[in-house]
Design a protein around this ligand. Structure first.
Ligand SMILES: [Zn+2]
Length: 567
């Protein structure tokens, strides 16, 4: 990949030099720029913090970054010009952790994200049902615990707005469902239905009747009734997701867990020109993953090759659950509880699967939220590096989320070269759940462990690399909101201690995720020879740091040299 970039740099330098020297007509195809972005506050996102005013693009590649006056000379009759009017010009955003097709589907469901009162929640559902009449399943997601007394929603609260259609609303954390009476009846769930293993049908303490709140594996009792989306539905959801991403300035996504069928769908979308985001797709592994399955991953990886739009070579697995439902694996018990959560892998299983993947040169990404899951994962990655020979492209393994961490493990990210892939908007979700005295997240682990919640600045200060994302549809896909939150960190008790500069917050959504997908030689920074993925904002976020989530607004998005969104 290094030689690829040098080659492009040489070609561009020659092309520009020739055109200027020979006084050739400055039209596209004759040495001029196809696209010029002028009068911006260009932040290249490199590590030195270099800035400029303008970017010139030819084909799908950045020709030059420099002063507006100089780059204007590359303007020809066919050159498209974007006047940034002083707004920030950045590399296209790269979301390091999404569930992209689910996000596309979620856009067509009731959106309860951020609603903090029962009245708002009920109104949103009732409005949605009225807009889409029918008798099929009504779906939605994103509810917080805060609107519900005791943090547990009831079927009566849902029956009050939808009685005649089976209705199912997923919690923002993805670990429980809130359903109405008709949905319970369709699933045949009564007071006599036993709790499934690792799941709970929440019951009225007096009558034993199901309340309409289903936790963990109990969600499968409902989900198995949902009509499977057709291939065409899935393809449409992907298209919706791509459009949504471009509108938000996102030009790259990293999908945390992708089936082989889904991968084939992305290939088809790319063939048809629908894929205007670069997609880095992770396979999925579990404690049962075999060497034969890894062989099949290797085949797909080889077939995709080093394509700059569609790549794989990374494998996602879950070491534990989430803190909200006390399924994250902790080193010490939860508050007021004897349980500390159970990891989804035994140490032996995790070491075996990580070792298997690492030996083949695959990148490993492990969902690790509790401090015990984080430690187990670091141990497994450290062991693999010790016993396996170094892979050709080096190791860039990553942990996802890292919401809780033991003091001793903070320095290990830097020491072991493991990337911390975190989601700033999850901090605000934990905060939005804070009904007095505290919401389930801080309440479940207590103040001592809460003080090390989402410790991204401390991981970075001790030499660790970061990559930020949304976990969409768990949180909003808006990178701008993540930048606001990472640079203010308004919502944690230690306040600004974990806040980072706006420049670093932007790097965490651009150049650092490019490193996390082995792509930093061709994208993630604005420089001659890099792929032309660019976002233009309506304002200069360096002069006026974002004070509110809505302060980062996208004016235009350029993907692969083409303007794919304009406000
Ligand atoms: Zn996720």
């Amino acid at each position: 990949m290094v030689s690829y970039r040098i080659q492009v740099l040489l070609t561009v330098a020659l092309a520009v030099g020739e055109a200027v020297a020979a006084g050739a007509p400055k039209t596209p195809g004759a040495g001029g720029a196809d696209l010029l972005i002028l009068n911006g506050r260009v932040f290249t996102a490199d590590e030195t913090g270099s800035t400029a005013e303008a970017v010139a693009v030819r084909g799908n590649t950045i020709m030059r970054v420099g002063p507006s006056a100089e780059l204007s000379a590359l303007r020809g009759p066919g050159t498209r010009v974007i006047d940034a009017r002083g707004g920030a010009v950045l590399p296209g955003f790269n979301d390091a952790h999404v569930h992209f097709v689910s996000g596309g589907f979620a856009l067509a469901d009731v959106d309860l994200a951020g609603l903090t009162t029962l009245r708002e929640v009920q109104a949103a559902i009732s409005r949605f049902a009225a807009e889409r009449p029918g008798d099929g399943w009504l779906r939605g997601r994103g509810w917080l615990y805060q609107p519900f007394p005791g943090g547990s929603p009831t079927r009566e609260q849902l029956d009050a707005v939808v009685r005649d259609r089976p209705t199912v609303m997923e919690c923002y954390d993805g670990h429980s469902l809130w359903v109405n009476s008709l949905a319970l009846a369709r699933a045949g769930i009564t007071k006599d239905t036993p709790d499934p293993p690792h799941g709970e049908i929440v019951r009225d303490p007096k009558t034993g009747e199901p309340t309409g709140h289903l936790k963990e594996s109990a969600v499968a009792l409902i989900e198995k009734l949902m009509p499977e989306p057709s291939a065409a539905d899935q393809r449409a959801a992907l298209k919706t997701a791509v459009r949504h991403a471009n509108r938000l300035g996102i030009t790259s996504i990293q999908n945390a867990g992708t089936s082989l069928e889904e991968m084939a769908m992305y290939e088809a979308a790319k063939r048809d020109g629908d894929l205007t985001v670069r997609a880095y797709l992770a396979f999925s592994a579990s404690p049962a993953t075999t060497a034969a399955e890894v062989d099949r991953m290797m085949e797909t990886w080889k077939r995709f090759g080093d394509d700059p739009i569609l790549r794989t070579g990374i494998v996602k697995m879950f070491a534990d659950g989430v803190i909200e439902s006390r399924t994250a694996a902790m080193l010490a018990p939860y508050e007021r509880d004897s349980s500390a959560g159970v990891p989804y892998f035994s140490v032996e299983e995790l070491n075996r699967v990580v070792g298997l993947l690492d030996a083949r040169g695959l990148q490993v990404q492990i969902h690790a939220i509790g401090d015990r899951a984080v430690r187990m994962s670091l141990d497994a990655l450290e062991l693999a590096a010790r016993v396996n020979p170094a892979p050709v492209r080096g190791r860039r393994h990553r942990l996802e989320h890292i919401e809780a961490i033991a003091e001793a493990d903070i320095v290990r990210f830097g020491k072991l070269g493991i990337i911390a892939s975190q989601q700033p908007m999850h901090v605000s979700l934990a905060d939005m759940n804070q009904a007095a005295p505290a919401g389930p997240w801080p309440d479940n682990i207590g103040p001592e462990r809460w003080s090390r919640a989402w410790a991204w600045q401390r991981i970075r200060a001790s030499g660790g690399r970061l990559a930020f994302g949304s976990d969409w549809p768990v949180a909003t896909l808006e990178a701008g909101q993540g930048i606001w939150l990472a640079s203010t960190r308004l919502t944690l008790p230690e306040g600004s201690a974990q806040a980072m500069s706006v420049a670093d917050a932007i790097r965490a959504y651009t150049s650092w995720p490019a490193y996390a997908s082995f792509d930093e030689q061709r994208k993630g920074t604005l420089a001659a020879g890099m792929l032309a993925d660019i976002v233009v904002l309506t304002s200069d976020v360096f002069a006026q740091a974002p004070q509110r989530p809505a302060d980062v607004v996208v004016a235009a998005t350029v993907f692969d040299g083409r303007v794919v969104y304009e406000r």
